[in-house]
Design a protein around this ligand. Structure first.
Ligand SMILES: NC(=O)c1ccc[n+]([C@@H]2O[C@H](COP(=O)([O-])OP(=O)(O)OC[C@H]3O[C@@H](n4cnc5c(N)ncnc54)[C@H](O)[C@@H]3O)[C@@H](O)[C@H]2O)c1
Length: 326
């Protein structure tokens, strides 16, 4: 049907989305510098190596493939690293997005879907968090994403660029067919870390904070299956093809699970011993981050279909076992 430029398509969410784009009849044009992505995760060709801050290379690739729209996943994602190296985050996430938007507008590519994050909300006043809650990031990572959301708004006003900013909560799980999964390095996400402990690749899982005002005292997060996130991107493309109205929408389930619930679910599904160790709270962690999900349902007809915790953990477990050669 259409060529879709997928920046960061060699990464976790971008590779799963490329698979769904191909299944929907589109051709994903993956643009990635492989800083954190994997060449073997680009299974739905073509692959174009390039840096998101390289305007000349972006123009070349856009000129060659003439995409109808772009999905912009490329970026640095590790909150802790953003605190010690904010310049790298401003360069890749803000300057890189600016470079991409300029190239898209110059080439007449009229629509972009952007990977935003719950980190734009910072420490929310209450949950579930609606999209019109104040944007108040508490780290450079969230700040760069907020900056790009603002940039998209200004490009829309000035150039008629159509955009969707999708604010993911916690992406988790793996392709149920086993083609793809999560391979961050360093890994900081809870579910893979718990599964590494199940595989004996880590001695235990640290539980940061056991005295939060939550039912069991541990932090609560909203986990969405990566394949559900992928289908939201395909739905957002359809939306943008039909509507000039910008879309800013949370992607989550509206249900939260505590760290202890996640660890227990992993123990039950893996049937392995998973030692855990209580640890102090980490600075900047919110007690509870849960998405209000009405807007995505109303505007793009999206609702998580396979994001129950058992499915998330079972698909991730199959992937990590295979990676470990079990
Ligand atoms: N994983 C999550 O839970 C989560 C939550 C909220 C938002 N997000 C956002 O979703 C997007 C994708 O996240 P992910 O988990 O798939 O991360 P990822 O690290 O697996 O994928 C990011 C991709 O971007 C590429 N990249 C990095 N710098 C680049 C550059 N300078 N030029 C070209 N490519 C570059 C990497 O090589 C990688 O393939 C990111 O923008 C992230 O901020 C992720």
């Amino acid at each position: 049907m259409a060529n879709i430029l997928v920046t960061g398509g060699a990464g976790y969410i971008g590779s799963h989305t490329s698979k769904q784009l191909a299944a929907s009849g589109h051709t994903p044009i993956v643009y990635d510098n492989l800083a954190n992505g994997h060449r073997d995760a680009v299974r739905w060709e073509p692959f174009e190596a390039g840096d998101i801050t390289d305007g000349a290379r972006l123009r070349e690739v856009i000129g060659l493939h003439k995409p109808q729209a772009a999905i912009h996943f490329a970026g640095l994602i590790e909150v802790g690293i953003s605190v010690v190296d904010p310049a790298a985050f401003y360069d890749t996430n803000v300057n890189g997005s600016l470079t991409l938007l300029r190239a898209l507008v110059d080439a007449g590519v009229g629509s972009v879907v952007f990977s935003s994050t719950a980190a734009v909300y910072g420490q929310p006043q209450s949950v579930p968090i609606p999209e019109d809650a104040p944007s108040a990031p508490i780290n450079p990572y969230g700040e760069t994403k907020r900056a790009v959301e603002a940039m998209l708004g200004y490009f829309a006003a000035a150039h008629g660029l159509r955009y969707a900013a999708l604010r993911y909560f916690n992406a988790a799980g793996a392709d149920p067919e086993g083609d793809l999964g999560e391979r961050h390095d360093p890994e900081s996400h809870l579910i893979p870390l718990v599964l590494f402990a199940a595989l004996g690749q880590r001695p235990h899982i640290d539980v940061y904070g056991t005295d939060y005002p939550t039912p069991d005292g541990t932090a609560v997060r909203d986990y969405a299956h990566v394949c559900d996130l992928s289908s939201a991107h395909v739905a957002a493309l359809d939306y943008l093809a039909a509507s000039p109205e910008p879309l800013i929408a949370n992607l989550g389930t509206g249900a939260g699970y505590s760290v202890r619930q996640v660890v227990e679910t992993c123990r039950r599904i893996t049937q392995r011993n998973i030692p855990s160790q209580d640890a102090p709270r980490r600075a900047g962690d919110s007690p509870e981050l849960v998405a209000a999900v009405d807007r995505a349902r109303e505007r793009i007809g999206w609702r998580a279909q396979m994001s129950d915790l058992d499915t998330i953990v079972a698909t991730a477990w199959a992937w990590h076992r295979a990676q470990a050669g079990e």
